[in-house]
Design a protein around this ligand. Structure first.
Ligand code: CMP
Length: 141
């Protein structure tokens, strides 16, 4: 089967203009927004998506934060010669925003405090298979 050239991301809750600025940065970098939906995530969805983190001490504060406002769910594609999953991960930087660099989305828009690493502005799929799983989960129709 031909590999799908797309990835999945969601912008975490925060000011609307911050979310718009991040989308503009993604587009400026070369991404096309294939699908976009604004939604407040619920606990069932978060338990499924973060199944590997449910037993970690940061899970509940992370879930409370993610349910506190609207997330923007995105399916993104880019030029054929680029791998959208890797391209996006390079653009956003590491999970912990302060470990990234100026110009990376999580460094520029995420929280630089060790207690709130989960406020890292954006989630992005780790592999192409994960992206397809997450797209099926968040965009079932
Ligand atoms: P995300 O890309 O959404 O996927 C896993 C999430 O778990 C990650 O971003 C962070 O939000 C969160 N996370 C991972 N490690 C930690 C940590 N040590 N402290 C708080 N949150 C974390």
């Amino acid at each position: 089967m031909e590999e799908k050239k797309r990835t999945f991301a969601f912008l975490k809750p925060g000011k609307k203009n911050k979310q718009s600025a991040i989308i503009a940065e993604l587009q400026f970098a070369g991404f096309t927004v294939v699908r976009e939906e604004t939604r407040v995530l619920d606990i069932a969805m978060l338990r499924e998506h973060y199944a590997h983190h449910v037993d970690k001490p940061f899970f509940q504060p992370m879930a409370d934060y993610l349910m506190s406002g609207e997330s923007v769910l995105l399916i993104l594609s880019c030029k054929d010669d680029l791998d959208p999953v890797q391209f996006l991960r390079d653009l956003i930087g590491p999970t912990d925003p302060k470990k990234g660099q100026f110009g990376q989305i999580r460094y520029d828009y995420g929280a630089h405090h060790p207690d709130i690493i989960f406020m890292n502005a954006i989630h992005a799929s780790g592999t192409s298979a994960e992206a397809e799983e997450e797209i099926a989960r968040f965009f079932p129709n």
